[in-house]
Design a protein around this ligand. Structure first.
Ligand SMILES: [Zn+2]
Length: 306
């Protein structure tokens, strides 16, 4: 059995961490991640479909990975396959015990996917975001929600990425949870909030999940009222970004302050306030949609039109 087919790209996730080859000091992160040289000195590999030498290397690596993992007792089942532009990847279903040991077995280290986004190219980041989302979905979608039978990758129409129940003939596809995030302007300042889950001192934007039956606009108004206690106006859509932690699509907005006194809800948000370019606290890392919204504000502010 081929674990990794030539032309595919294997990614090993463990929760919200990615398993990354141990790096030497000063080594470029993306170069290590996308390296095609040393077996097991890396997390992942990529082989162009039209390169026979790379295909052969892929087969050798695949065989070696199977041998290594089976020696440690893993069930080594490819959970799912997916295609994204030039990339194809396989997410691996590993026994929990093996997943725990894998960093030692393969000389990998755990690395938070979120942190990786600021260290690799946009193309690589997009690929990893999709792989992360798909790997998570495949991991938590092992059985049919209707009849309880085990699911199998793919389905009879051959579409990649989905799962199929042979008992009741249902098809399943990755689920996406839409969420909104909003940057609120008040004069030349913006509202920033500290979520209890953030590290101390870091501030982000008001955000929340879309509920059943809501429009995106209703979600933004509700979340802002719930979390910050204020009303907003002039709501405008800015952009969207996949955010697979674990399965969100972030829909980013801007709005203007209308009324009320901003206060934290004390549940999700424990501090918030209005900040200007000069008083900005620590903000979310590059690669996040919150960061890009705040950077838009900073650019406009430095151009003299907040
Ligand atoms: Zn079923």
């Amino acid at each position: 059995m081929m674990l990794i087919e030539p032309g595919e790209y294997a990614v090993v996730f463990s929760g919200l961490d990615i398993l990354v080859p141990l790096r030497k000091a000063g080594e470029d992160f993306e170069a290590v991640l996308f390296s095609e040289t040393e077996p097991f000195s890396r997390l992942a590999w990529l082989f162009p479909d039209d390169d026979p030498a790379a295909d052969a290397a892929g087969e050798a690596l695949s065989a070696a990975l199977i041998e290594t993992l089976s020696a440690h007792g893993t069930s080594r089942i490819p959970t799912a396959r997916f295609q994204h532009g030039p990339f194809r990847y396989v997410s691996l279903s590993l026994d929990d015990a093996v997943a725990e040991q894998l960093p030692q077995i393969l000389h990998f280290e755990r690395f938070p996917v979120r942190q990786m986004l600021s260290l690799v190219s946009q193309e690589a980041a997009r690929f990893m975001l999709k792989a992360q989302a798909h790997a998570h979905w495949a991991e938590v979608s092992r059985y049919c929600g209707a009849c309880g039978s085990p699911l199998f990758a793919g389905h009879e129409h051959g579409d990649p990425g989905g799962k199929y129940c042979p008992a009741c003939k249902r098809f399943f596809f990755p689920k996406i949870s839409p969420a909104v995030i909003v940057l609120i302007h008040k004069g030349d300042s913006i509202l920033l909030a500290h979520n209890r889950k953030f590290t101390a001192g870091r501030f982000g934007l008001i955000a929340g999940f879309v509920e059943l039956g809501e429009t995106l606009e209703e979600t933004v108004h509700r979340e802002v009222m719930e979390e910050a206690g204020i009303e907003i106006k002039n709501l405008r859509y800015v952009k969207s970004q996949p955010w697979p932690f674990p399965d969100s699509l972030m829909l980013a907005f801007e709005a203007d302050y209308k009324s009320g006194t901003a206060r934290p809800d004390g549940l999700e948000i424990d501090q918030l306030g209005w900040f200007t370019r000069q008083t900005l606290p620590e903000i979310p890392p590059k690669g996040s949609v919150a960061r890009s919204l705040i950077e838009r504000y900073l650019q406009a502010a430095s151009a003299g039109k907040p």
